[in-house]
Design a protein around this ligand. Structure first.
Ligand code: SF4
Length: 294
């Protein structure tokens, strides 16, 4: 009754029930799991608390990551935010939060994979920065997570959220789509606007390859999460301005799945293409393996 696997179905249920994506997501979860509303709600609250904790931990100076390729970037950007930052306070705050979560992920700390560990920064970054700057209560942040989850669920059922299967478009692209839909909800937009924002966000990152340097989820992953926050925010603004995606969300998801299938395996988490195949990346790999770079 509340199950959906496409945006078209989701929006039809929203219309039928005269309610929003957040409410339909929780009802569909109750229906599928047999759990009470309070249980699911408290689980989502817990997840948001972990996200907030990972932001806090990641903003500390001197974070040491497994490969040492990132760490401290979140702190630096957050410090920069106090000055006259070019992209605006909320965007820079969201980006610094996204860096923070991914630095915690890369240092084996606790994060919520939303939708994956590599792409865990964008969604909490956008939600936490926006709710803080607008003094929006935590309850709304949790509802925004449910909106983002609905988008992730559709992508997972129609395509993939895995970089190994679909490239980074499936990870960072999906995360940006989830964040765009969530922040539209927080800004008071309609369900249709959330879906349009998600479509524009995913479409804008179509074809993005998965190319982690040395196979570590650090470069380019962490900064892609930060960039994903700005990408999500501009897609949300476009949707809130009444701009729609020419290609409907469900078709963008299908296109993403097709592009993923066409991608060379070198560009799907094998660390053999893209950034991972650059001279700098190769010499880093030789260095960590204790081999000469010449
Ligand atoms: S580059 Fe690959 S490992 Fe890194 S975030 Fe993107 S999909 Fe994940």
């Amino acid at each position: 009754m509340y199950q959906f696997s496409t945006a078209q179905e989701l929006l039809a249920i929203c219309t039928r029930e005269a309610t929003g994506i957040d409410e339909i997501t929780i009802r569909s979860e109750m229906e599928a799991s047999g759990q009470e509303r309070e249980y699911i709600w408290s689980k989502m609250h817990d997840q948001y608390r972990v996200m907030q904790e990972s932001i806090k931990n990641g903003l500390a100076p001197g974070i040491k990551t497994l490969g040492g390729l990132i760490g401290g970037n979140a702190y630096n950007l957050h410090q920069h935010m106090q000055k006259d930052c070019l992209s605006g306070q909320t965007v820079v705050k969201a980006a610094s939060y996204a860096l923070a979560v991914t630095e915690v992920n890369a240092s084996m700390g606790k994060i919520i994979a939303a939708p994956t560990g590599g792409a865990s920064g964008t969604l909490p970054g956008v939600i936490a920065a926006f709710t803080e700057d607008r003094s929006i209560p935590a309850e709304m942040a949790v509802k925004a997570l449910l909106v983002g989850a609905a988008i992730g669920k559709i992508i997972a059922s129609q395509a993939t959220l895995s970089g190994a299967e679909g490239g980074c478009q499936a990870e960072c692209g999906s995360a940006a789509a989830m964040a765009a839909a969530a922040v539209v909800f927080l800004a008071g937009g309609t369900a249709e606007m959330s879906v349009n924002a998600a479509a524009m966000a995913l479409k804008g990152l179509l074809g993005l390859v998965c190319d982690p340097v040395a196979g570590l989820v650090e470069v380019p992953c962490s900064k892609r999460n930060a960039i994903g926050t700005a990408h999500a925010m501009i897609c949300a603004d476009m949707a809130l301005a009444g701009i729609t995606s020419f290609i409907p969300f469900d078709e963008v998801v299908e296109a993403m799945a097709r592009v993923g299938r066409m991608m060379s395996t070198d560009l799907r988490e094998t660390a053999r293409g893209g950034c991972a195949a650059t001279p700098t990346a190769r010499s880093y790999v030789l260095k960590i393996n204790g081999l000469k770079t010449e």
